[in-house]
Design a binder for this molecule. Structure first.
Ligand SMILES: [Zn+2]
Length: 391
């Protein structure tokens, strides 16, 4: 009896839903430079109007590409390269990230953007050629829409697009430096010296064995702001960002290696590690603001496109270290590290071990151990590259 009642409840609701969907399916007219009709694009009405990017792309001949596996879309409008992701409110134009109030949604195999958000952001970015008129349900494109010749040029560029993610440049970031020593060991070892030493060994191994360009954020004992490390990584089109650190804890027994990716974590030890690594912001005295929970959520979403790569690489680092080091595998974790927050590429922060543990400090000072650490990271890079080749 109970089951029967439930069924009665479900059936009318189902009808109601299908009617709503049918009513919400409308279209908007897309007008060209001389108000000539270019075509009609599907729209959906929800909290606001949503425009079918599929339709808009094909009507304007803008060039529209979907990767169904990663749920990512690239559309070219006004010569701008616009990247969108399903169920994500962030939009990347060239390399700038903007946030829409609503997310990109998928409905009946088509992707829909919130129209107002989308065109507002385009105009903020400097592409001020579109106007929307809800009275006549039309979008006017007053710009010179790309002619076919230009479109095919854009299409050709997509081979380049694929190559863009090839692992050709790795940014290696030795933590701390200069006036910021980082953690200080039980016997006075400075984190900044260990990180630089391991980073240089890693660079040598990569350059000797792989056809990959490496960039060190510092190669001497100097102070560099956290945001400048990421800026350097982004401006050099890095495809992987590796920040190298050593840990410290009140409890001298704490030991082991762990690899972090950016994300929320309520675990006290992870929060303390991130707080310790972010503390340098106080020395910077610049414009950098601390990561609030809200900012961290935004950053995590903005990095969703790199999360797979970051996680894959982090797991490989732990695996390779576990093979070579007589120390505790503390696993892959997430926390809010400022130095990772604004990297536009897969990124991790490695804690090589605990300088506060006298036995581990002794190991971290030895050339053999530092070499094993560098070899582990190097092997992880090799394996990471293999996974990219087969994707
Ligand atoms: Zn550190």
């Amino acid at each position: 009896m109970r089951l029967l009642i439930s069924l009665y409840r479900i059936v009318p609701l189902f009808f109601l839903l299908s009617i709503t969907v049918a009513n919400n399916q409308q279209s908007i007219t897309v007008l060209g430079a001389n108000n000539n009709i270019l075509g009609k694009a599907d729209i959906l009405k929800k909290d606001q109007y949503y425009l079918s990017v599929n339709d808009f792309g094909s009507i304007t001949g803008s060039g529209f590409f979907v990767n169904d596996k990663t749920k990512k879309i690239v559309v070219y409008i006004d010569g701008l390269k616009i990247k969108l992701s399903q169920n994500i409110a962030f939009i990347v134009i060239d390399d700038k990230i903007y946030q829409m109030q609503s997310k990109l949604i998928k409905s009946n195999d088509e992707y829909y953007v919130p129209i107002d958000d989308f065109f507002n952001i385009l105009s903020v970015h400097g592409s001020n050629h579109h106007s929307i008129d809800y009275a006549t349900m039309s979008i006017s494109l007053n710009s010179k829409i790309k002619n076919t010749k230009e479109i095919s040029a854009v299409n050709v560029d997509l081979t380049k697009e694929k190559n863009r993610w090839k692992l050709d440049t790795i940014i290696i970031d030795p933590g701390h430096g200069g006036k910021d020593p980082g953690a200080i060991g039980y016997r006075g070892t400075k984190e900044k010296d260990i990180t630089l030493d391991v980073a240089k060994r890693l660079v040598k191994k990569i350059e000797r064995n792989m056809n990959i360009n490496t960039i060190l954020t510092r190669d001497e004992d100097i102070f560099i702001r956290l945001q400048d490390r990421t800026k350097l990584a982004n401006s050099n089109n890095g495809k992987l960002f590796i920040s190298i650190h050593a840990n410290s804890a009140e409890d001298r027994r704490a030991n082991g290696f762990e690899t972090y990716m950016i994300g929320m974590n309520k675990n006290a030890a992870a929060v303390r590690t991130a707080a310790r690594e972010n503390a340098v912001l106080d020395l910077e005295g610049g414009s950098a603001t601390k990561l609030t929970d809200e900012a961290l959520i935004k950053v995590t979403i903005a990095q969703s496109g790199f999360a797979n790569g970051s996680e894959k690489f982090a797991a490989l680092v732990q695996e390779e270290m576990n093979k070579r080091l007589q120390s505790k595998d503390r696993g892959v974790k997430q926390a809010g590290f400022y130095v990772l927050a604004y990297a536009s590429m897969p990124n991790v922060l490695i804690e090589l071990g605990y300088l506060s543990n006298p036995a581990e400090e002794k190991k971290l000072k030895s050339s053999q151990y530092k070499d094993a650490l560098a070899t582990s990271i190097y092997r992880a890079i090799e394996k990471y590259q293999e996974t990219l080749d087969t994707d």
